[in-house]
Structures are given as structure tokens and as C-alpha cells.
Design a protein around this ligand. Structure first.
Ligand code: ADP
Length: 310
């Protein structure tokens, strides 16, 4: 079983020609409300790929909360540990311009009420977890409690360092696999990271830096350039694996990182090595970019397998 502990957000998106400057008002040319939140997205991505997934989270008693629960449950995710709160459902207010550039403001709402007590209340699912997937859209103390519970259950703890925040050393120590994009990696390490065409020796240096921070296994996504697996626990010859991006005609890369994380969770729960999980996730995330939207755009396992065979 995969247990995802974290956020559900309603994504309120306005499309516009250009993003407004401070104090300025611009006309939009379309508005959409979609299910989102990194954890809800990751849970849906994993379930659509065939994973047995439970989501632990909180929504408000409002239409956005009902919409989110319906979307997540509709993908086959167990929502028995998604509770309601007197706070409103979390929202992300998103503006997207004609070039696809965006501005995002998140209001945590009910997500901000998710606490270590909720983690304790989900012991029935956490005790049997093979993978526990976490991100930073809920409080650090909740993430820490979930990481500890996952660790105690013998699960692989996957920590997506997004949106970036400094984390306590105890949390870094409980993360079996850190999932970051290049931007988050640079913030975590305090130094820029090389691009996709860097040498293995360069990546080996980055791997060493993470190891010095207590992180032995890292999956770094590089957008359309693919991803890199930095594994200090592997034999010396296979500590760095570059994973090519899967060539697709991308129309919407929103939520690609969450599709990637959900796919990694599914493959790690099935017993794959990290580099194999990343190769599968590269296909799943690429397919997710070929359709508009986030949760509704995520592929099912058969889509990924067909692409892997072709
Ligand atoms: P995030 O959205 O978290 O910043 P990335 O942009 O790094 O994450 O994308 C996550 C993964 O999605 C990448 O590692 C890659 O496998 C896949 N991906 C993203 N954009 C594309 C694209 N244009 N074409 C193919 N794959 C993509």
C-alpha cells in the first residue's frame, strides 16, 4: 500500500495574455476550477497507475472540498482518512499567461489543520505501508510525524521538497528518497546544480553534497531534460543514472512533477530499484503533459506500458 499524507487544493486558474504588475488589473480570457494539491495529485497519479493508495488529508465543508474528494475517490484512492475541517478547503489561485508562465498563491486553509494527531489516527493504513509519500504543503511537524510513522512501519519514505522550505535534520534523516526539481535541489544545497548535459563526475559531486546532508538517495527532475538518480547506496559504478525525458508534444506541464512522484511511489511499492522506477516515471510524467489539466490528465498503467513497448 502507498500512503500519501498531505494537501488537497482547489486550483482556481485564470488565463490571461500577460500577468498583472503589482497594483494593475488585466482582463482574463478564461477561468477554470480543477482538483489539485501536490498530495492529492500524487495519490491520483499512483492510483491511476494501479497502486493501492490511501490519502491522509483535510478539506473544508464546502463545494471545493466535495469536488476534491470526488476526484480523488473517483480515481480509486481510499479517502477514509480525508477529514473535514471548519477551515475552508485549501486553494491555489493561479494566473497563467499566453506563454504558459504562471504566478501562484496558495492558501492552506484546511491543509493547515492537518496535524500529527491525524497521522496517529491513520495508523491502520500507515502500519501496512510499503511507501509513504510526503510533500511540504502541510506543516513540517505533520510531515515529520508521518515520516517517523512510515519509517517505523518499515516503509520507504519519499519526501518531495516542494514547495521548498528548510527542513529539520531529523526529517532529512527519515527520508529514504528525496524528490526535487533542479530549483529545489539548488535551494537545499545552497549552490547551483548542473544541467542535464553535465558529466557523471559533476553529478557524482552533487550526490556527495546530498550525502553530506544525510540524504543517500535523490531523484532530481530536470523538466523536459529528464531526470537524474543519485544513489549513494548503490555500487560505485551505478551511483549516477541519467534518465532521458520521453519525447512527447507537451501541451500542459502543470503537475508533471506530481505524476512523476506518484509513478515512482507505485514502482518502489512494487519492488523496483530507484533507477527503474525513475525510467517508468519519466514515461508517466511525459504522458501527463500531453493532455490539459492535472489529475484528469494522468495516464493509466496500460498507457505507460504501451509507450515503453513502442
Ligand atoms: P516540476 O513540475 O516539479 O518542476 P519537472 O518540470 O522537473 O517537475 O518535471 C517532472 C518530470 O516530468 C521530468 O523529470 C520529466 O520526466 C517530465 N517532464 C516534464 N516536462 C516534460 C516535457 N516537456 N516533455 C517530457 N517530459 C517532461
Amino acid at each position: 500500500r502507498i500512503v500519501v499524507v498531505g494537501s488537497l487544493n482547489a486550483d482556481l486558474t485564470i488565463y490571461c495574455d500577460r500577468l498583472p504588475q503589482p497594483g494593475e488589473t488585466v482582463h482574463g480570457n478564461g477561468f477554470a476550477v480543477n482538483p489539485g494539491g501536490k498530495s492529492a495529485n500524487q495519490a491520483v497519479a499512483a492510483a491511476r497507475l494501479g497502486g493501492h493508495v490511501s490519502l491522509v488529508g483535510a478539506v473544508g465543508e464546502d463545494p471545493n472540498g466535495a469536488m476534491l474528494e470526488a476526484s480523488v475517490a473517483g480515481a480509486g484512492v481510499d479517502v477514509s482518512h480525508v477529514r473535514t475541517s471548519s477551515e475552508p478547503t485549501g486553494v491555489a489561485v493561479i494566473a497563467v499567461d499566453a506563454r504558459g508562465e504562471n504566478n501562484i498563491i496558495i492558501s492552506a486553509g484546511a491543509n493547515g489543520t492537518l496535524s500529527p494527531a491525524d497521522v496517529a489516527g491513520a495508523a491502520d493504513v500507515l502500519d501496512g505501508a510499503a511507501v509513504v509519500s510526503l510533500c511540504l504543503e502541510v506543516s513540517t511537524e505533520t510531515v515529520l510525524a508521518a515520516a517517523q510513522a512510515g519509517h517505523d512501519a518499515g516503509a520507504t519514505v519519499l519526501l518531495n521538497l516542494s514547495p521548498y522550505a528548510e527542513i529539520p535534520a531529523a526529517l532529512a534523516g527519515l527520508a529514504d528518497v528525496l524528490l526535487v526539481n533542479a530549483h529545489e535541489a539548488a535551494q537545499f544545497l545552497g549552490t547551483p546544480v548542473p544541467g542535464a548535459n553535465a558529466s557523471v563526475a559533476d553529478w557524482d559531486g552533487v550526490r556527495d553534497q546530498f550525502a553530506r546532508h544525510g540524504i543517500q538517495q535523490v531523484l532530481m527532475t530536470l523538466g523536459s531534460e529528464g531526470s537524474v538518480v543519485l544513489d549513494s547506496l548503490a555500487p560505485a559504478a551505478s551511483r549516477v543514472t541519467l534518465v532521458q525525458a520521453t519525447a512527447v508534444a507537451a501541451v500542459d506541464t502543470t503537475g508533471a512533477g506530481d505524476a512523476f512522484t506518484g509513478a515512482v511511489a507505485v514502482r518502489l511499492a512494487a519492488g523496483d530499484a530507484l533507477a527503474d522506477a525513475a525510467a517508468f516515471a519519466s514515461v508517466a510524467a511525459a504522458l501527463a503533459t500531453t493532455r490539459k489539466g492535472t489529475q484528469a490528465a494522468y495516464p493509466v498503467a496500460a498507457d505507460v506500458e504501451r509507450r515503453l513497448r513502442s
